[in-house]
Write a protein that binds this ligand. Structure first.
Ligand SMILES: *Cc1c(COP(=O)(O)O)cnc(C)c1O
Length: 369
């Protein structure tokens, strides 16, 4: 089925093939006589869904065996508390602030850590850059260093994760990869823990993915809720309490879809990365070559997933959005804190969708020149 192109930042588009399969299986999953939402999470049917989802994700993201994959709830914002509850040891924690999300994260961590050290911030550039690790002053003995590897609102992305050891820090790196998970490979040798909500690039809201190095388990503060203690969650295969079964199922179908994707002889995440580069390049070039549109992010920090842009004549914003909607280009309005427009072009957005947007942008510019 062809549908309009959906540029929502999240909850965001899910591949039609995934939704069609879920629809076909809604009332009766694989002859079981039950829909997935109606199954016991401990029954053999759901366990098979869970195990396949976990194995497929591990393969796709090349997650090493000394990392645990946890399927939790609460979203990225709950992780802002759950991470310090598990990893801070009530000591010093380091933060890199590159926008709204990492700003929120460091505020929340102050409830649990004895000290929050901002090792770098991009505030002075209006969050149009990511600070060069060479300029960071890391703390001695920090429990972890947190950064948001793709800032969904400002449209900046770390294209390389920092090597904290080279900066003189033994702290594990914690990344919030909510809005670019599965869009590119992850260098696990530099990561201690990665977390992300599913609703941007993996599936429906309600599922939170946590991938954590085993040696970081078992250090939760005594006040940490049991259901949020990573060790308890890991020891119970994410079934200490009822996991978000529907979210795991849809994410699992998305993982299968990702494994089927090919691009230039590549498959899976490597294929997605090539496609995502092509999509982002097409849109950034169209913006940079126009007289009407502008993106303010430094060229080497631009996100491949979230592309904010402005009309130089802001009085035309409503006309732009109305015309886009007529063309089947949905949810392009920018975040309220930034204004303008934002095109989120996650994995489920095909190149043809970005081409349709670029065609519309050119036509709109000519009409209003
Ligand atoms: C969307 C988003 C969040 C918020 O997650 P919730 O599921 O709403 O708690 C956190 N971090 C980043 C980078 C996001 O893009």
């Amino acid at each position: 089925m062809t549908r309009p192109y959906n540029f929502s930042a999240g909850p965001a588009a899910i591949p039609s093939e995934v939704l069609e399969q879920a629809a076909a299986e809604m009332l009766d999953w694989h002859g079981s006589g039950m829909g997935v939402m109606e199954m016991s999470h401990r029954g053999k049917e759901f366990l098979s869904i869970y195990e396949k989802a976990e194995a497929d994700l591990r393969e796709l993201l090349a997650v090493p065996s000394h990392f645990k994959i946890l399927f939790m709830q609460g979203g990225g914002l709950a992780e802002n508390a759950i991470v310090p509850l598990n990893l801070s040891r009530a000591g010093v924690v380091d933060f890199v602030v590159t926008g709204s999300w990492s700003q929120k994260s460091q505020k929340e961590a102050r409830k649990y850590a004895s000290e929050v050290n901002i090792v770098a911030t991009a505030e002075e550039t209006g969050f149009t850059t990511v600070p060069d690790p060479a300029s960071w002053t890391v703390s001695r003995g920090a429990s972890y260093l947190h950064l948001c590897s793709n800032e969904t609102i400002h449209g900046t992305e770390f294209h390389q994760l920092p090597d904290l050891k080279a900066l003189g820090s033994d702290a594990p790196l914690v990344i919030d990869f909510s809005s670019h998970v599965a869009s590119r490979p992850v260098d696990w040798s530099r990561v201690g823990l990665a977390f992300g909500g599913a609703q941007k690039n993996l599936g429906p809201a309600g599922l939170t993915l946590v991938i954590v190095r085993e040696d970081l388990l078992g250090h939760a503060l005594p006040t940490c809720p049991s259901a949020f203690d990573y060790k308890i969650v890991a020891d119970n295969q994410s079934m200490y309490n009822t996991p978000p079964t529907w979210g795991i199922y849809i994410a699992g179908l998305t993982f299968q879809w990702l494994k089927r994707q090919t691009e230039g002889g590549l498959t899976g995440i490597a294929a997605m990365e090539q496609r995502n580069i092509a999509k982002a390049t097409l849109l950034y070039n169209a913006i940079d070559q126009s007289q009407l549109y502008v993106n303010k992010v430094a060229a080497n920090c631009r996100s491949r997933m979230n592309i904010p842009f402005f009309l130089r004549d802001e009085s035309r914003n409503d006309a732009f959005l109305a015309g886009a909607k007529e063309r089947g280009l949905l949810q392009l309005k920018g975040h309220k804190s930034v204004g303008g427009m934002r095109a989120s072009i996650y994995n489920a957005m095909p190149l043809a969708g970005v081409q349709a947007l670029v065609d519309y942008m050119r036509e709109f510019e000519q009409k209003h020149a």
